[in-house]
Design a protein around this ligand. Sequence first.
Ligand code: Z5A
Length: 214
Amino acid sequence: MTNTTPGRFITVEGTEGVGKTSNIDFIRRQLEAQGIEVMCSREPGGTPLAEQIRELLLAKRDEAVDETAELLLMFAARAQHLNQKIKPALAQGAWVLCDRFTDATYAYQGGGRDLSVDTIAKLEDLVQGSLRPDATFILDIDVETGLKRASARSEADRFESEQLEFFEKVRSVYLARAKAEPQRYHIIDAGQELAAVQAQIAEVLEGWTYKPRQ
Ligand code: Z5A
């Protein structure tokens, strides 16, 4: 099951503070240098409605957020984003570069919150049909370093306020998924300085073919 549209669907994942934002811009510039049209987006979010759902999800609140409600809100945002923005771009042959996607749901809601992987897989099929990313970069870093970077940058949101153990579980799901499907996932050591991280990404990009899919 994968993407059969003319475009390519690339996702970037990782725990907190791994440098997704910094590196997505690098990937975009590398792809554009190959003459590729790139559309960058993020999850949760990417359309006005999905961005509103993002605000609901990230806000710290007194009321405990039910884990299944959180899961369904992630997929509600994804359905909107996918149908309004991602699929039309892919159909036109653009490369979609997305900051997080369903791997984050397996990692955060499946790993961090301990929700059923089967339930997540059912929602994935419902919302995405057979569409899956062509390639996924997992920026990997030890959890403590990532959290230090994230806290130096901005105030913690509802997810960033979780305990270390939560993020260790998130990280282990990412690494397990990458191990199970090595042809799709590229693990990048994000603990190095930015230039060294980008050199690893550039090496992966050099191995790709940029011909349109027939
Ligand atoms: N979530 C979920 O639970 N389930 C889902 O299905 C989805 C998401 C899709 C929002 O995501 C939350 O939603 C997220 C999971 C949950 N949890 N949280 N929080 P988000 O992607 O918007 O939030 P984030 O993970 O916190 O991303 P971020 O804050 O944008 O971080 P980042 O993009 O990975 O890092 P950055 O901003 O590029 O870098 C962080 C800082 O480190 C910054 O000051 C950089 O200058 C610095 N940095 C970056 N690289 C380096 C290197 N190599 N060396 C030194 N310093 C560096």
